[in-house]
Design a protein around this ligand. Sequence first.
Ligand code: GDP
Ligand code: IMO
Ligand code: MG
Length: 426
Amino acid sequence: MPATVVVGTQWGDEGKGKFTDLVAKEMHMVVRYQGGHNAGHTLVVNGETFALQLVPSGILYDHITPVIGNGVVVDPRVLLEELDMLSSKGVDTSLLKVSGNAHLILPYHQEIDRVTERYLGKNKIGTTKRGIGPAYADKASRVGLRVQDLLDPKIFRQKLDVVVKEKNAILAKVYNQLPQSADDIAEQYLGECRERIEPMITDTVNLVHEALELDHHVLLEGAQATFLDLDHGTYPYVTSSNPVAGGACVGAGIGPRFITRVIGIAKAYVTRVGSGPFPTELFDEVGDLLVERGGEYGTNTGRRRRPGWFDAVMLRHAVRLNSLSEVALTKLDVLDTLDTVKVCVAYEIDGTRIEHLPYHQSDLHKAKPIYEQLPGWGEDLSEATERHHLPSRARDYIAFLEAQVGVPISLVGVGPGREQFLHFAA
Ligand code: GDP
Ligand code: IMO
Ligand code: MG
């Protein structure tokens, strides 16, 4: 009956896709538990790159049942495009199940996301403009349409008419935009789209529990990350769901006692896309080097990711928020050419040294990182497959992070490929 959670520990793009794929090998089922196609999870298998947005990262194995859980927001058109892309690459997608309780992202969500960001001007969140926030807002306001509504076109249309009327009033009166047509939306979603999605719609809570009762191992795949969490992240510069490990229970429909392992994915440095505080952000040539060597451009939106040094203060907080049992450290190879590497071990706020994340966000905006400096290793790590292949200074760096963070670093990524990792735990 064990379940494992994979969760991002920073601001996203830590390499959750790669490590979910890796861990999935030993699992029976992989469930995405929140977010939508704001996620971009990249897997590189036999030189071929797969960029996944909605489909769980276990899809590449034939033995895995991939599940989109109730906590996800689904744009069915994007889902079908993704499935077509996978099929064209020879991936069998026939086992995918989608929760009937997952909420739909509809065209007006995307439009509202776009105009709200414009309205916010310099205070914008920097969202992916995928309609994520507006779709979750409708869920909380109890006017959302769910995947199961596709099963009943009459109900779908009734709900749509009510909500489109309200959205059009807002679009016209607040944002001076043209109205959306309920007829067009119904035509788009209730035609071929509905026909193709219908066989995938499932009571996924039941499915997950049947698997757990058979002692099958279930992997719960988070999107986004701890500091983009609606409750625990750097609000308002966050996403509109709960990526933290606790969100996995809600978004998959299981209780916490099933979860026996929580793997936090952390990059050997930090990146962030969009607005918001970032104490260790780099604006110099080291930052440029991290972006270029790390290929730090959004999988989805192509935006340059903001780079910075590893922040142990954040990671210690992520350990608490998620009950991390271990950390998988990714992209160590990106640091290969640096003479020195820095780790933020504490913040200075108004002249005081603080070793934990400040409670008041104004303090986080003022936080100056206090760094420890370690020597670089100046060697190519991309071929390392075992702990002893790493130069001692790279091992020292990992050991230093481990001591700072307080949980074992079990896996280390040294390249984007499925095989480019090593077990670090002694
Ligand atoms: P996710 O959103 O957390 O799944 O991460 P993304 O896929 O958005 O971004 C991570 C990027 O780093 C992808 O391009 C991966 O192929 C790549 N990647 C993952 N692990 C490693 C690693 O250990 N080393 C290097 N160089 N690249 C990696
Ligand atoms: P993965 O799963 C990095 C960021 C956006 C923006 C904020 C809110 O690939 O790690 P949203 O569209 O969710 O309302 O945007 O969250 N963001 C991500 N940043 N990786 C992601 O996903 C992200 N998903 C959302 O850039 O700052
Ligand atoms: Mg990503």
